[in-house]
Design a protein around this ligand. Structure first.
Ligand code: UD1
Length: 342
């Protein structure tokens, strides 16, 4: 039996990945301490897949508990590591918490993996490592320079990429795939799982859907004086289900020994940049629901424009994010309505 350990598997991207893994025939064990997710996510996964994934409430920084996990599930052949704290603003307030959680968990995981001879890890990284690329580096390829992180959260992604590279350098059996996500949005088409923001959403899409639902009075668009066609910031919004599928391909690639090098890195994006106002207007058009908004000042630390060149992932992984934006936004709205009906 091939079992994949998914840390952070009840989280937003983790839960969608668990669904895709199980639907591809993998056994899964989720490890999550539920610090930023809900146990009911398991019901959603079970309703979609027809089977409940194994779940262990463990903190990934706890070596003793993680070691016991690997002793219990002796069929683990690969790890997808999502578990991390991810709020940029909070990371500025509580840097030590972020360094302890995000870096401590990876170190612990790598030590336990080595002790149990598990040699494959897929790591959840971010386009945040590129900062604001120069015009000549847009769209961004994997070779674009890494820039100094703007927050402790971003720094933990960079440091973890380095830890993984160093660990692979020292251990010729270790195989690492670094997946640099652009902006994941949307929810499973069943609307049985989706993003569950804690408190006031910081990310654009949950704020849009909550405003459409009347939970928030109005969306604040952070700046319309950027050097972009409509003045608002540009991002590469990728459907979370497309993103989840890339993980199944990555982990399968490792299990089939297809990796070209011990450490591989892929940008996961659509290759298309959309502005905040384009997202907003498309959402209104697709759902027919009005979203009151106001243009306000720029958000500190925001990047003007970034979108991916996903050619490497398209060609080497044979993966493409091709869900139309309209369908993605409709899925986000369906999920918001599902939440309202609970
Ligand atoms: C943010 C993080 C990034 C992290 C990612 C995770 C920052 C600076 N970056 O990316 O490190 O990996 O989340 O998903 O926080 N916007 C509004 N109004 C809102 C919310 C957002 O106009 O209420 C705009 C932002 O200015 C930005 C775009 O929407 O232009 C996307 O914002 P967001 O969803 O927060 O993602 P990022 O800033 O790209």
């Amino acid at each position: 039996m091939n079992r994949i350990l998914v840390t952070g598997g009840t989280g937003y991207i983790g839960s969608h990945t668990v669904v895709e893994l199980m639907q591809s025939g993998f056994e899964v064990v989720i490890v999550d301490n539920l610090s930023n997710s809900n146990i009911e996510v398991l019901d959603g996964i079970e309703a979609i897949v027809g089977k409940r994934p194994a779940f262990e409430n463990i903190d990934c920084t706890d070596y003793v508990a993680m070691n016991a996990l690997f002793e219990k599930y002796t069929d683990i052949v690969g790890v997808i590591h999502f578990a991390a704290s991810k709020a940029v603003g909070e990371s500025v307030e509580k840097p030590l918490l972020y360094y302890r959680n995000n870096i401590g968990s990876l170190i612990c995981l790598l030590e336990v993996m080595k002790a149990h001879k598990v040699h494959n890890i897929v790591f959840s990284s971010s386009c945040t490592v590129y900062g604001q690329p120069d015009a000549e580096h847009l769209p961004v390829t994997e070779d674009a320079p890494i820039q100094k992180a703007l927050s402790p959260y971003g720094n933990t992604k960079q440091i973890n990429e380095e830890i993984l590279s160093d660990a692979a350098h020292a251990d010729c059996e270790l195989h690492v795939i670094l997946l640099r996500y652009f902006n994941p949005i949307g929810a499973h088409p069943s609307a049985l799982i989706g993003e569950l923001p804690n408190g006031v959403p910081q990310n654009l899409l949950p704020f849009v859907t909550q405003t459409a639902a009347g939970i928030r009075k109005e969306l604040k668009v952070f700046g319309n004086d950027y050097n972009t066609p409509d003045g608002s910031c540009i991002r590469d919004y990728i459907y979370v289900v497309d993103l989840a599928k890339a993980h199944v391909i990555a982990v399968s690639r490792q299990l089939e020994n297809k990796a070209d090098t011990q450490v591989e890195v892929f940008n996961l994006g659509t290759g298309k940049g959309l502005s905040v106002l384009e997202i907003l207007n498309t959402f209104i058009k697709v759902t027919g629901v009005n979203v009151p908004y106001q243009i306000v000042g720029r958000r500190e630390g925001d990047i003007e424009q970034v979108w991916a060149n996903p050619k490497k992932a398209n060609e080497i992984l044979g993966w493409k994010a091709n869900t139309p934006t309209e369908d993605i936004l409709a899925s986000a709205w369906k999920w918001q309505q599902h939440l309202a009906g609970k």
